[in-house]
Design a protein around this ligand. Structure first.
Ligand code: TYC
Length: 140
């Protein structure tokens, strides 16, 4: 083992590769144990990529009210939620009729920022428009 390590030094082979090879040869551990055992950044030695779960998404939703002008809501949907004019009109009308509607789905930090921007712009313009977040439970 010591000889192996010295050879690795000379040949500039990462020590983790030798630990893996010798450990596996002796049946001491599987190569996949290596990351946990050594913490030596051995992902390059593993065939499988580590799987990272996508972040949960949040629905950014607008609530209807009797005072915010329709054109203002359409402008918000175009400017902050990258909607075309016709998409924005149909989302706004849906909210107007049903009381609530989804502007978009985003990871939490982005959703929170969008909601704060909506309310900030609405208040500056003296409109009572409200925006809420809801965790999206669907699988994407
Ligand atoms: N109900 C508003 C009106 O008639 C329009 C409106 C639509 C307001 C959507 C808010 O989220 C909203 N002027």
């Amino acid at each position: 083992m010591l000889a192996d390590m010295q050879d690795a030094e000379a040949a500039k082979v990462p020590l983790s590769a030798i630990v893996c090879a010798v450990g596996a040869q002796r049946g001491v551990f599987e190569p996949t144990d290596l990351a946990e055992r050594t913490g030596m950044g051995s992902h390059a030695l593993l065939k499988e990529k580590p799987k990272v779960a996508p972040p949960p998404l949040y629905k950014v939703m607008l609530l209807n009210d009797d005072y915010t002008p329709m054109e203002f809501v359409v402008g918000i949907l175009q400017a902050l939620f990258n909607r075309s004019h016709s998409e924005a009109v149909s989302i706004m009308l849906c909210i107007h009729k049903k009381g609530v509607g989804i502007c978009g789905l985003y990871p939490y930090d982005i959703a929170e920022t969008k909601a704060a921007q909506v309310v900030g712009i609405a208040r500056k313009n003296e409109h009572p428009l409200q925006c809420v977040l809801e965790k999206d439970e669907e699988q994407h």
